[in-house]
Design a protein around this ligand. Structure first.
Ligand SMILES: C[S@@+](CC[C@H](N)C(=O)[O-])C[C@H]1O[C@@H](n2cnc3c(N)ncnc32)[C@H](O)[C@@H]1O
Length: 91
């Protein structure tokens, strides 16, 4: 069986790191692998469903949810991590 992956794991992570560095923002130190979020989002939700992450960090889950055509709401207490997470969604 071959694993299907719709999210380009390393590329979007390296884009996140690159953009954080350019903006002089410290990247989140404990990011989850995108494949981890992808597995559970696909397993537990359908397109159009809402994914909520109350401890979002760099918002891996929100990014993957959006890539998989889910809606998302994320909470993160540390403003620096929120600011950095924006770079997952910008070009
Ligand atoms: C393990 S990290 C999440 C990493 C995330 N899955 C990712 O891939 O970037 C847990 C996060 O929960 C945040 N956190 C801790 N307590 C919180 C709270 N009461 N409300 C919101 N966020 C909180 C921390 O600041 C931390 O960024």
């Amino acid at each position: 069986m071959q694993e299907e992956s719709v999210t380009p794991n390393t590329e979007s992570n390296s884009a996140y790191l690159r953009r954080c560095k350019a903006a002089e923002i410290r990247p989140h130190p404990a990011r989850f692998p995108q494949g981890f979020a992808e597995f559970f989002i696909k397993f537990l939700t359908d397109e159009g469903d809402m994914v909520l992450d109350p401890f979002a960090g760099s918002n891996t889950s929100g990014f993957v949810a959006q890539t998989l055509q889910r809606r998302w709401i994320s909470f993160e207490i540390n403003e620096d991590y929120v600011m950095g997470s924006r770079y997952r969604f910008t070009q």
